[in-house]
Design a protein around this ligand. Structure first.
Ligand code: TXA
Ligand code: MG
Length: 336
């Protein structure tokens, strides 16, 4: 299959392919998604095949207007309305009890469905033109870091999908927060993401986190969280906070013949001051949202370079830093 790249003026062609049951990658504000008509079982199965995704991992359904939500869930509790009012369109997926008019493979054996309205003009226009909700996981090969550019999608899926809509680099850079509201008295984060726990709590009051996020041995409620994810082929290690300790570690790795790649803030790169060092800047240390938006492209760039090991700076687990560290810990083999 020849994979076509469309620009923003060619949405109509992409929409036609989707209506015909093909899969198309498109930009969202978080990462690129791999979309298919969520009501067409054949089309949804094509997503799983293209990605090599385990079939027990449900897909997020993307809608273009808030009122479409009621078509796919049995009930929208007050807490869900508050989330939607404050954070839609945006990077927060809500899990609610499903109604049953979606393709069965979208949700697997679950009684619930994850739905979000993305905050990206091309994504919204595309869904609108298809006239159907789009089931879309991140548009990477299963296990790889999610794609934040059309080039990343091409690198993973060229020849396996009908086409890619190029909308430039995505903004948030990490996936949406997955918020379980099937028990509306206990809003629970199953996957940290673009909307932080702190932001959710400013609207909802207390928000819980799935036990799996604090105790890795507990079974995750979100099936996707059990897989080793977001991982380049090369080993990824998380550095200590302390730059002096990191500097010593890097020096001894270099002595042992490793070609070290460093993914870190400008300040961190400057203060370890080892030459020569392959490095990729995650922006200013005071701006964790920049680090979040650059993490996946940094991991991919390092993976394609000559480095033999990728070392990454940790950020504080608060705000978007929580999602950054969640993805990094999943990508990493060891924490130093
Ligand atoms: O930002 C995003 O969320 C991106 C863009 C494309 O929208 N999508 C994305 O999809 O990250 P995916 O498939 O890579 O991750 C979806 C996550 C998985 O961990 C999956 O297990 C979980 O959401 N999920 C989906 N439906 C669920 C449900 N009904 N119950 C629990 N977890 C669910
Ligand atoms: Mg994914």
């Amino acid at each position: 299959m020849d994979t076509i790249i469309w620009n923003e003026n060619q949405l109509k062609e992409a929409a036609n392919q989707l209506r015909n049951g093909d899969v198309v990658a498109f930009p969202t504000e978080t990462v690129y998604g791999l979309g298919a008509d969520a009501t067409n079982e054949e089309a949804v199965n094509r997503i799983f095949r293209a990605k090599g995704r385990p079939s027990d991992n449900p897909l997020i359904v993307h809608i273009s207007t808030i009122d479409q939500l009621e078509d796919y869930v049995t009930f929208v509790p007050e807490k869900a309305r508050e989330v939607i009012e404050h954070f839609w369109p945006g990077p927060c997926t809500v899990i609610l009890e499903k109604k049953g008019n979606l393709a069965p493979s979208v949700t697997g054996d679950l009684q619930s469905v994850g739905i979000r309205m993305p905050d990206h003009p091309l994504a919204l226009a595309l869904i609108e033109q298809v006239g159907k909700p789009l089931a879309a996981p991140s548009a990477n090969s299963s296990g790889k870091p999610s794609p934040t550019t059309s080039q990343h999608v091409w690198d993973d899926l060229n020849g396996k999908i009908a086409g890619i809509i190029d909308g430039g680099p995505t903004g948030v850079g990490l996936e949406s927060t997955v918020l379980d509201l099937t028990n509306p008295h206990k809003p629970t984060i199953l996957r940290p993401g673009g909307i932080s726990k702190e932001e959710l709590e400013s609207v909802l009051g207390q928000v819980y986190v799935d036990t799996h996020l604090v105790d890795e041995t507990a079974a995750p409620k979100s099936p996707g969280m059990k897989y080793r994810h977001y991982s380049p082929d090369k080993p990824v290690w998380i550095l200590p906070q302390d730059t002096e300790e990191s500097r010593q570690m890097i020096t001894s790795l270099i002595k042992n013949g490793e070609v070290v790649g460093l993914l870190a803030s400008e300040e961190f790169i400057t203060s370890v001051s080892i030459q020569p060092l392959n490095h990729y800047s995650l922006g200013k240390k005071t701006l964790p949202s920049q680090a979040a938006s650059l993490l996946y492209s940094g991991l991919r760039e390092m993976d394609q370079s000559l480095v033999t090991i990728i070392l990454v700076e940790p950020y504080e687990k608060k705000g978007i830093g929580t999602a950054y560290m969640n993805r990094l810990e999943k990508a990493a083999e060891r924490v130093l």
